[in-house]
Design a binder for this molecule. Structure first.
Ligand code: TRP
Length: 326
């Protein structure tokens, strides 16, 4: 079974767009791959974070992913900072990475240009990511377009190290996740649903109260016609609601158009709200149960112990090859 590895930044807000666009795909992949999933908390501190909030978000993120259907029996789940080998390996890789390579990374250029007071962690961020990936002989790294360059750099670093010190790392491939259904902002259906959206009425958070979700869906922007027809170009609002309904119920768009051919927008919105609330309530039930049990800690302890064992072997091998021994 090929091994995949996914790092998640503990950013706080997870919304329906994340669930439909990415978490559902991860759930599909867990049966086909040996899957490692971790919270990239060390990556999060490349920019300033409130410590209490960060700590809360780390556990909450994992609880929410598990509540969504990421199965702890099928995935190795852990927290990056609980495995000291990531940073140790990262240092040895940094000493085999050029400043020029790092300063040319698009994400670095973009983030550093927005704030003149950036840390050196922002620069070396991709090397820590390389260490996350290379420590586990990862075959495939599922990434969106924004992280693809970092996986390519990881390949360059791995190949360079292998050439210099002998075969040490498996050279990973980026695995471009097929673009899942893109869910748009309910208020502004020409733009993606996003946690940083100005108007939070357009964003359905997985931890929103059910009545709030209903309100947001009922007040979603639609056009001035009345028929429920899928036409993203001319009817982006209603098409977005059809996409949401289709993703949640697994009904085809044709069948949905047919089912609601005699209904108006208000009636359709009510149905969309019902299925969405159904799904999200189930997720929330599991989420709050998990947060209030020891189960989460047990899962994370197990993940920590297992990954420390694997990464330690890679770390020792690197040290020996480099000459860091008595
Ligand atoms: N940098 C990734 C992001 O912002 C998170 C991440 C850290 C990651 N380490 C990783 C993703 C290793 C894949 C593999 O989304």
């Amino acid at each position: 079974m090929k091994r995949i590895l996914t790092g998640l930044q503990p950013t706080g807000i997870i919304h329906l767009g994340n669930y439909i666009g990415s978490i559902k795909q991860m759930i599909d992949m867990q049966d086909k791959y040996d899957s490692f999933i971790f919270v990239a908390d060390l990556h999060a501190i490349t920019i300033p974070q409130d410590s209490k909030e960060l700590s809360d978000n780390i556990k909450k993120l994992i609880a929410l992913y598990i509540a969504c259907g990421i199965d702890p029996n099928k995935n190795t789940i852990f927290i990056q900072s609980e495995n000291i080998y990531h940073t140790n390996i990262s240092w040895m890789l940094e000493c085999n990475t050029y400043y020029g390579e790092l300063s040319r990374m698009t994400q670095f250029k973009d983030k550093s240009s927005k704030n003149a007071n950036f840390t050196s962690g922002l620069l070396t961020y991709p090397v820590l990511m390389a260490s996350d990936i290379l420590a586990y002989d990862t075959d495939l790294v599922p990434v969106g377009i924004d992280q693809k360059q970092h996986v390519e750099l990881t390949r360059d670093i791995a190949i360079r190290f292998n050439n210099k010190y002998g075969d040490t790392f498996k050279v990973p491939e980026p695995y471009m996740t097929k673009v899942g259904t893109k869910i748009m902002d309910l208020q502004d259906p020409l733009h993606k649903m996003s946690k940083s959206s100005e108007n939070q009425k357009g964003v359905i958070r997985l931890l929103d109260e059910p009545e709030i979700i209903r309100k947001k869906i009922m007040s979603a922007t639609t056009d001035s016609e009345t028929r429920i027809i899928y036409d993203p170009e001319n009817k982006p609002g209603i098409s977005n609601l059809i996409n949401i309904y289709s993703s949640i119920t697994n009904m085809s768009i044709k069948d949905i158009e047919n089912k609601f051919k005699d209904n108006n927008y208000g009636e359709f919105k009510k149905e969309v709200a019902d299925v969405t609330i159904n799904l999200i309530s189930e997720i929330q039930d599991k989420y709050y149960k998990l947060l209030n049990s020891n189960e989460l800690d047990n899962i994370l302890d197990k993940g920590r112990d297992k990954t420390i064992e694997i990464a330690k072997v890679k770390y020792e091998e690197m040290k020996k090859k480099i000459g860091l021994y008595r």
